[in-house]
Design a protein around this ligand. Structure first.
Ligand code: NDP
Ligand SMILES: O=C1OC[C@@H](O)[C@H](O)[C@H]1O
Length: 342
Protein backbone atom coordinates (compact mmCIF):
# COMPACT_ATOMS: atom_id res chain seq x y z
CA UNK A 1 0.00 0.00 0.00
CA UNK A 2 1.53 3.35 -1.01
CA UNK A 3 0.49 6.92 -0.21
CA UNK A 4 -1.21 7.18 -3.62
CA UNK A 5 -3.39 4.07 -3.44
CA UNK A 6 -6.62 5.79 -2.34
CA UNK A 7 -6.37 8.65 -4.80
CA UNK A 8 -8.19 9.03 -8.12
CA UNK A 9 -6.25 7.33 -10.91
CA UNK A 10 -5.20 8.53 -14.36
CA UNK A 11 -3.79 6.09 -16.92
CA UNK A 12 -1.15 7.55 -19.23
CA UNK A 13 0.00 6.65 -22.73
CA UNK A 14 3.41 8.10 -23.58
CA UNK A 15 4.38 9.14 -27.12
CA UNK A 16 8.16 9.33 -27.78
CA UNK A 17 10.98 8.02 -25.61
CA UNK A 18 13.47 10.91 -25.52
CA UNK A 19 14.85 13.02 -22.70
CA UNK A 20 11.71 14.66 -21.37
CA UNK A 21 9.60 11.50 -21.74
CA UNK A 22 12.01 9.61 -19.48
CA UNK A 23 11.97 12.45 -16.93
CA UNK A 24 8.16 12.58 -16.99
CA UNK A 25 7.64 8.81 -16.69
CA UNK A 26 10.05 8.35 -13.79
CA UNK A 27 8.65 11.40 -12.02
CA UNK A 28 4.86 11.07 -12.08
CA UNK A 29 4.93 7.62 -10.47
CA UNK A 30 6.99 8.76 -7.48
CA UNK A 31 5.44 8.30 -4.06
CA UNK A 32 4.89 11.66 -2.32
CA UNK A 33 2.84 12.96 0.58
CA UNK A 34 1.11 15.81 -1.29
CA UNK A 35 -0.13 13.72 -4.26
CA UNK A 36 -3.58 14.65 -5.58
CA UNK A 37 -3.82 11.71 -8.01
CA UNK A 38 -2.27 8.33 -8.77
CA UNK A 39 -0.59 8.00 -12.15
CA UNK A 40 -0.18 4.78 -14.06
CA UNK A 41 2.02 4.45 -17.14
CA UNK A 42 -0.29 2.17 -19.11
CA UNK A 43 1.45 2.31 -22.48
CA UNK A 44 4.51 3.68 -24.24
CA UNK A 45 4.61 4.22 -28.01
CA UNK A 46 7.93 4.54 -29.79
CA UNK A 47 9.29 4.40 -33.33
CA UNK A 48 11.13 1.28 -32.12
CA UNK A 49 9.86 -1.29 -29.61
CA UNK A 50 13.38 -1.69 -28.22
CA UNK A 51 13.49 2.02 -27.28
CA UNK A 52 10.12 1.72 -25.54
CA UNK A 53 11.27 -1.35 -23.59
CA UNK A 54 14.43 0.47 -22.51
CA UNK A 55 12.50 3.50 -21.21
CA UNK A 56 10.07 1.27 -19.31
CA UNK A 57 12.78 -0.92 -17.79
CA UNK A 58 14.74 2.12 -16.68
CA UNK A 59 11.95 4.37 -15.45
CA UNK A 60 8.85 2.38 -14.50
CA UNK A 61 9.78 -1.31 -14.34
CA UNK A 62 6.98 -2.17 -11.90
CA UNK A 63 4.10 -0.63 -13.84
CA UNK A 64 3.36 -3.51 -16.26
CA UNK A 65 3.42 -0.95 -19.07
CA UNK A 66 2.52 -2.07 -22.60
CA UNK A 67 5.10 -1.13 -25.21
CA UNK A 68 4.06 -0.46 -28.81
CA UNK A 69 6.36 0.02 -31.80
CA UNK A 70 4.20 2.87 -33.10
CA UNK A 71 2.06 5.70 -31.71
CA UNK A 72 -1.33 4.63 -33.10
CA UNK A 73 -1.75 1.65 -30.78
CA UNK A 74 -1.39 4.02 -27.82
CA UNK A 75 -4.13 6.29 -29.18
CA UNK A 76 -6.37 3.24 -29.76
CA UNK A 77 -5.71 1.60 -26.39
CA UNK A 78 -8.97 1.76 -24.36
CA UNK A 79 -6.99 1.57 -21.12
CA UNK A 80 -5.26 4.89 -21.84
CA UNK A 81 -7.08 7.96 -20.43
CA UNK A 82 -4.60 10.60 -21.53
CA UNK A 83 -1.77 10.78 -24.04
CA UNK A 84 1.45 12.61 -23.13
CA UNK A 85 3.21 13.83 -26.28
CA UNK A 86 6.99 14.21 -25.95
CA UNK A 87 8.16 14.37 -29.55
CA UNK A 88 9.99 17.32 -31.20
CA UNK A 89 7.94 20.50 -31.68
CA UNK A 90 7.32 20.04 -35.39
CA UNK A 91 5.49 16.76 -34.74
CA UNK A 92 3.19 18.03 -32.00
CA UNK A 93 0.45 19.10 -34.39
CA UNK A 94 0.23 15.73 -36.13
CA UNK A 95 0.56 13.71 -32.91
CA UNK A 96 -2.10 15.80 -31.17
CA UNK A 97 -4.48 15.53 -34.12
CA UNK A 98 -4.05 11.76 -34.28
CA UNK A 99 -4.71 11.38 -30.55
CA UNK A 100 -7.61 13.84 -30.37
CA UNK A 101 -9.32 12.37 -33.43
CA UNK A 102 -9.33 9.04 -31.61
CA UNK A 103 -11.04 10.70 -28.67
CA UNK A 104 -8.03 10.87 -26.34
CA UNK A 105 -7.27 13.60 -23.81
CA UNK A 106 -3.86 15.14 -24.45
CA UNK A 107 -1.03 16.74 -22.47
CA UNK A 108 1.46 17.93 -25.09
CA UNK A 109 4.95 19.15 -24.24
CA UNK A 110 5.63 22.80 -24.87
CA UNK A 111 5.32 24.34 -27.38
CA UNK A 112 1.86 22.99 -28.19
CA UNK A 113 2.65 23.74 -31.84
CA UNK A 114 5.08 25.61 -34.05
CA UNK A 115 2.94 28.73 -34.38
CA UNK A 116 -0.43 30.15 -33.38
CA UNK A 117 -2.18 28.98 -36.54
CA UNK A 118 -1.21 25.34 -35.88
CA UNK A 119 -2.21 25.58 -32.22
CA UNK A 120 -5.59 27.07 -33.16
CA UNK A 121 -6.32 23.96 -35.26
CA UNK A 122 -5.65 21.79 -32.19
CA UNK A 123 -7.70 23.95 -29.85
CA UNK A 124 -10.65 23.86 -32.27
CA UNK A 125 -10.34 20.11 -32.79
CA UNK A 126 -10.18 19.39 -29.05
CA UNK A 127 -13.31 21.47 -28.57
CA UNK A 128 -15.12 19.70 -31.41
CA UNK A 129 -14.15 16.28 -29.99
CA UNK A 130 -14.90 17.37 -26.41
CA UNK A 131 -11.52 16.20 -25.06
CA UNK A 132 -9.09 17.75 -22.60
CA UNK A 133 -6.07 19.52 -24.11
CA UNK A 134 -3.21 21.13 -22.20
CA UNK A 135 0.27 22.41 -23.06
CA UNK A 136 2.97 20.96 -20.78
CA UNK A 137 4.69 23.83 -18.97
CA UNK A 138 5.41 21.89 -15.80
CA UNK A 139 7.17 24.58 -13.76
CA UNK A 140 3.92 26.58 -13.63
CA UNK A 141 2.43 23.96 -11.30
CA UNK A 142 5.23 23.89 -8.73
CA UNK A 143 4.81 25.23 -5.18
CA UNK A 144 7.58 27.74 -5.91
CA UNK A 145 5.62 29.38 -8.73
CA UNK A 146 2.40 29.32 -6.69
CA UNK A 147 4.19 31.11 -3.83
CA UNK A 148 5.82 33.59 -6.21
CA UNK A 149 2.43 34.57 -7.62
CA UNK A 150 1.00 34.96 -4.13
CA UNK A 151 3.89 37.18 -3.01
CA UNK A 152 3.47 39.45 -6.03
CA UNK A 153 -0.26 39.51 -6.69
CA UNK A 154 -1.85 38.80 -3.28
CA UNK A 155 0.65 40.09 -0.71
CA UNK A 156 2.06 42.81 -3.03
CA UNK A 157 5.33 42.30 -1.21
CA UNK A 158 7.37 44.33 -3.72
CA UNK A 159 4.59 46.80 -4.51
CA UNK A 160 3.89 47.80 -8.12
CA UNK A 161 5.93 45.66 -10.51
CA UNK A 162 7.86 47.67 -13.11
CA UNK A 163 10.39 45.29 -14.69
CA UNK A 164 10.93 41.56 -15.03
CA UNK A 165 14.19 40.10 -16.32
CA UNK A 166 14.27 36.41 -17.27
CA UNK A 167 17.04 34.51 -18.98
CA UNK A 168 16.83 30.87 -20.08
CA UNK A 169 20.24 29.94 -21.35
CA UNK A 170 21.55 26.42 -21.92
CA UNK A 171 25.08 25.52 -22.97
CA UNK A 172 24.14 22.92 -25.54
CA UNK A 173 27.47 22.63 -27.42
CA UNK A 174 25.53 22.34 -30.63
CA UNK A 175 28.67 21.67 -32.65
CA UNK A 176 29.28 18.44 -30.68
CA UNK A 177 25.71 17.11 -30.83
CA UNK A 178 25.01 14.34 -33.35
CA UNK A 179 23.67 15.58 -36.67
CA UNK A 180 20.27 13.99 -35.99
CA UNK A 181 19.75 15.89 -32.72
CA UNK A 182 16.40 17.74 -32.74
CA UNK A 183 18.23 20.85 -31.55
CA UNK A 184 20.42 20.92 -34.66
CA UNK A 185 17.60 20.48 -37.07
CA UNK A 186 15.93 23.62 -38.39
CA UNK A 187 12.97 21.32 -39.08
CA UNK A 188 12.64 19.98 -35.51
CA UNK A 189 14.56 22.40 -33.30
CA UNK A 190 13.33 25.99 -32.90
CA UNK A 191 15.21 27.24 -29.90
CA UNK A 192 12.95 30.12 -28.90
CA UNK A 193 10.10 27.64 -28.69
CA UNK A 194 12.22 25.51 -26.31
CA UNK A 195 13.31 28.25 -23.98
CA UNK A 196 11.08 31.26 -24.69
CA UNK A 197 8.80 32.47 -21.89
CA UNK A 198 5.50 34.35 -21.76
CA UNK A 199 4.67 36.75 -18.97
CA UNK A 200 1.11 37.99 -18.81
CA UNK A 201 -1.75 38.13 -21.23
CA UNK A 202 -2.10 41.89 -21.78
CA UNK A 203 -0.95 42.72 -25.30
CA UNK A 204 2.49 44.37 -25.02
CA UNK A 205 4.47 46.12 -27.73
CA UNK A 206 7.45 44.02 -28.79
CA UNK A 207 11.08 44.85 -29.55
CA UNK A 208 13.18 41.83 -30.44
CA UNK A 209 16.37 40.62 -32.02
CA UNK A 210 17.45 37.09 -32.93
CA UNK A 211 20.81 35.58 -33.90
CA UNK A 212 19.90 33.06 -36.57
CA UNK A 213 22.70 30.90 -37.98
CA UNK A 214 21.97 28.21 -40.57
CA UNK A 215 18.25 28.61 -39.88
CA UNK A 216 18.69 28.03 -36.12
CA UNK A 217 17.79 30.76 -33.65
CA UNK A 218 20.73 30.41 -31.25
CA UNK A 219 20.03 33.59 -29.27
CA UNK A 220 16.89 35.69 -28.85
CA UNK A 221 16.33 38.88 -26.87
CA UNK A 222 12.87 40.34 -26.41
CA UNK A 223 11.61 43.48 -24.70
CA UNK A 224 7.90 43.63 -23.95
CA UNK A 225 6.47 47.03 -23.06
CA UNK A 226 3.05 46.94 -21.42
CA UNK A 227 0.58 49.78 -21.92
CA UNK A 228 -0.94 51.61 -18.97
CA UNK A 229 -0.40 54.38 -16.47
CA UNK A 230 2.55 52.68 -14.76
CA UNK A 231 5.83 51.85 -16.54
CA UNK A 232 6.13 48.09 -17.10
CA UNK A 233 8.59 46.07 -19.16
CA UNK A 234 9.57 42.42 -19.46
CA UNK A 235 13.09 41.68 -20.71
CA UNK A 236 13.29 38.06 -21.86
CA UNK A 237 16.35 36.39 -23.27
CA UNK A 238 17.20 32.84 -24.30
CA UNK A 239 20.31 31.19 -25.68
CA UNK A 240 21.77 27.81 -26.45
CA UNK A 241 25.36 29.13 -26.23
CA UNK A 242 25.77 29.77 -22.50
CA UNK A 243 24.06 28.49 -19.38
CA UNK A 244 22.20 31.08 -17.35
CA UNK A 245 23.68 32.00 -13.98
CA UNK A 246 21.75 30.53 -11.01
CA UNK A 247 19.82 33.79 -10.47
CA UNK A 248 17.94 33.67 -13.74
CA UNK A 249 15.01 35.94 -12.88
CA UNK A 250 14.65 39.36 -11.24
CA UNK A 251 11.35 41.09 -10.66
CA UNK A 252 11.54 44.74 -9.66
CA UNK A 253 8.78 46.60 -7.85
CA UNK A 254 8.16 49.89 -6.08
CA UNK A 255 9.03 48.38 -2.66
CA UNK A 256 11.79 45.92 -3.56
CA UNK A 257 12.75 43.05 -5.80
CA UNK A 258 12.43 39.29 -6.02
CA UNK A 259 15.21 37.02 -7.26
CA UNK A 260 14.49 33.49 -8.42
CA UNK A 261 17.35 31.02 -8.72
CA UNK A 262 18.09 27.36 -9.28
CA UNK A 263 20.57 24.99 -10.91
CA UNK A 264 18.95 25.86 -14.25
CA UNK A 265 16.19 28.21 -15.34
CA UNK A 266 14.01 25.12 -15.75
CA UNK A 267 14.64 24.03 -12.12
CA UNK A 268 13.97 27.00 -9.85
CA UNK A 269 14.41 26.23 -6.15
CA UNK A 270 14.86 29.52 -4.29
CA UNK A 271 13.04 32.85 -3.99
CA UNK A 272 14.76 35.81 -2.34
CA UNK A 273 12.77 38.94 -1.49
CA UNK A 274 14.82 42.14 -1.13
CA UNK A 275 13.11 45.15 0.42
CA UNK A 276 13.94 48.74 -0.49
CA UNK A 277 13.39 49.57 3.17
CA UNK A 278 16.81 48.78 4.59
CA UNK A 279 15.39 48.10 8.05
CA UNK A 280 13.77 44.96 6.63
CA UNK A 281 15.95 41.91 6.11
CA UNK A 282 16.05 39.85 2.91
CA UNK A 283 13.74 36.85 3.02
CA UNK A 284 14.85 33.60 1.45
CA UNK A 285 12.45 30.75 0.65
CA UNK A 286 13.73 27.34 -0.43
CA UNK A 287 11.65 24.73 -2.18
CA UNK A 288 12.59 21.10 -2.40
CA UNK A 289 10.70 18.02 -3.48
CA UNK A 290 11.40 14.53 -4.75
CA UNK A 291 12.26 14.10 -8.42
CA UNK A 292 11.75 16.89 -10.95
CA UNK A 293 8.18 17.88 -10.06
CA UNK A 294 6.41 16.95 -13.31
CA UNK A 295 3.81 15.31 -11.07
CA UNK A 296 2.35 18.69 -10.10
CA UNK A 297 1.38 19.24 -13.72
CA UNK A 298 0.19 15.61 -14.04
CA UNK A 299 -1.97 16.01 -10.90
CA UNK A 300 -3.53 19.18 -12.36
CA UNK A 301 -4.39 17.33 -15.59
CA UNK A 302 -5.81 14.41 -13.59
CA UNK A 303 -8.08 16.61 -11.47
CA UNK A 304 -9.30 18.46 -14.57
CA UNK A 305 -10.13 15.25 -16.42
CA UNK A 306 -11.74 13.57 -13.44
CA UNK A 307 -13.92 16.68 -12.95
CA UNK A 308 -14.90 16.90 -16.61
CA UNK A 309 -12.91 20.04 -17.42
CA UNK A 310 -11.46 20.36 -20.94
CA UNK A 311 -8.88 23.02 -20.19
CA UNK A 312 -6.53 23.85 -17.34
CA UNK A 313 -7.06 27.07 -15.41
CA UNK A 314 -3.34 27.70 -14.70
CA UNK A 315 -2.53 27.49 -18.41
CA UNK A 316 -5.74 27.95 -20.37
CA UNK A 317 -5.55 27.30 -24.10
CA UNK A 318 -6.17 31.01 -24.74
CA UNK A 319 -2.88 31.69 -23.00
CA UNK A 320 -1.08 29.05 -25.06
CA UNK A 321 -2.43 30.80 -28.17
CA UNK A 322 -1.39 34.17 -26.77
CA UNK A 323 2.17 32.98 -26.14
CA UNK A 324 2.54 31.39 -29.56
CA UNK A 325 1.24 34.60 -31.12
CA UNK A 326 3.91 36.48 -29.16
CA UNK A 327 6.57 34.08 -30.47
CA UNK A 328 5.20 34.51 -34.01
CA UNK A 329 5.63 38.27 -33.61
CA UNK A 330 9.14 37.92 -32.20
CA UNK A 331 10.10 35.70 -35.14
CA UNK A 332 8.58 38.14 -37.61
CA UNK A 333 10.84 40.86 -36.18
CA UNK A 334 13.83 38.49 -35.91
CA UNK A 335 13.40 37.26 -39.48
CA UNK A 336 12.95 33.61 -38.52
CA UNK A 337 10.42 31.89 -40.75
CA UNK A 338 9.36 28.26 -40.33
CA UNK A 339 8.05 26.15 -43.20
CA UNK A 340 4.82 25.76 -41.19
CA UNK A 341 4.25 29.54 -41.26
CA UNK A 342 2.78 29.17 -44.76
N1 NDP B 1 9.07 20.66 -20.16
C1 NDP B 1 10.38 20.45 -20.18
O1 NDP B 1 11.09 20.63 -19.21
C2 NDP B 1 10.99 19.98 -21.41
C3 NDP B 1 10.23 19.95 -22.56
N2 NDP B 1 10.77 19.53 -23.69
C4 NDP B 1 9.94 19.49 -24.90
O2 NDP B 1 9.68 18.11 -25.19
C5 NDP B 1 9.80 17.86 -26.58
C6 NDP B 1 10.80 16.72 -26.76
O3 NDP B 1 12.07 17.14 -26.30
P1 NDP B 1 13.22 16.08 -25.91
O4 NDP B 1 12.70 15.04 -25.01
O5 NDP B 1 14.35 16.90 -25.45
O6 NDP B 1 13.55 15.46 -27.35
P2 NDP B 1 14.36 14.13 -27.71
O7 NDP B 1 15.00 14.39 -29.01
O8 NDP B 1 15.19 13.71 -26.57
O9 NDP B 1 13.20 13.05 -27.88
C7 NDP B 1 12.17 13.18 -28.83
C8 NDP B 1 11.56 11.81 -29.09
O10 NDP B 1 10.56 11.98 -30.09
C9 NDP B 1 10.49 10.84 -30.94
N3 NDP B 1 10.59 11.26 -32.34
C10 NDP B 1 9.65 11.02 -33.29
N4 NDP B 1 10.03 11.51 -34.47
C11 NDP B 1 11.25 12.07 -34.30
C12 NDP B 1 12.16 12.70 -35.18
N5 NDP B 1 11.88 12.89 -36.49
N6 NDP B 1 13.33 13.13 -34.69
C13 NDP B 1 13.61 12.96 -33.37
N7 NDP B 1 12.78 12.34 -32.51
C14 NDP B 1 11.61 11.91 -32.95
C15 NDP B 1 11.65 9.94 -30.55
O11 NDP B 1 11.09 8.89 -29.75
P3 NDP B 1 10.72 7.46 -30.39
O12 NDP B 1 11.78 7.15 -31.39
O13 NDP B 1 10.71 6.60 -29.23
O14 NDP B 1 9.37 7.59 -31.05
C16 NDP B 1 12.54 10.80 -29.68
O15 NDP B 1 13.20 10.06 -28.69
C17 NDP B 1 10.21 19.19 -27.22
O16 NDP B 1 9.08 19.75 -27.86
C18 NDP B 1 10.67 20.08 -26.09
O17 NDP B 1 10.34 21.44 -26.23
C19 NDP B 1 12.05 19.08 -23.69
C20 NDP B 1 12.84 19.06 -22.57
C21 NDP B 1 12.34 19.56 -21.34
O1 LIG C 1 12.53 23.12 -21.23
C1 LIG C 1 13.63 22.66 -21.35
O2 LIG C 1 14.37 22.42 -20.24
C2 LIG C 1 15.45 21.54 -20.23
C3 LIG C 1 16.17 21.48 -21.55
O3 LIG C 1 17.10 20.44 -21.55
C4 LIG C 1 15.23 21.39 -22.70
O4 LIG C 1 15.89 21.38 -23.95
C5 LIG C 1 14.20 22.46 -22.69
O5 LIG C 1 13.20 22.13 -23.63
Amino acid sequence: MTMQDNLPTLRWGIIGTGLVASWFVSDIILSRPDAKARHIIKAVGSSMVVKGIEVVEKNCPEQRTKVYGNYYEVYDDPEVDIVYIATPHALHKKNCIDAIQRGKNVLCEKPLAINKAEAQVLVDLAKAKNVFLMEGVWTRYTPLVARLKELIHVEHIIGEVSRVFVDFGLDMNLQDLPSDSRLKSPELGKIILDTGLGLESTQPSIAASQSVVDGMDYISSVILTYPGKTPRQGILTCSLCYKTAPEFMRIEGSHGSILVSGQAASYPDTIVVRHKDESKRDESLSFSHVGFGFYYEADAAALDILNGRKNNSLLPLDETLFMLNLMDNVRAIGGLVYPQDG
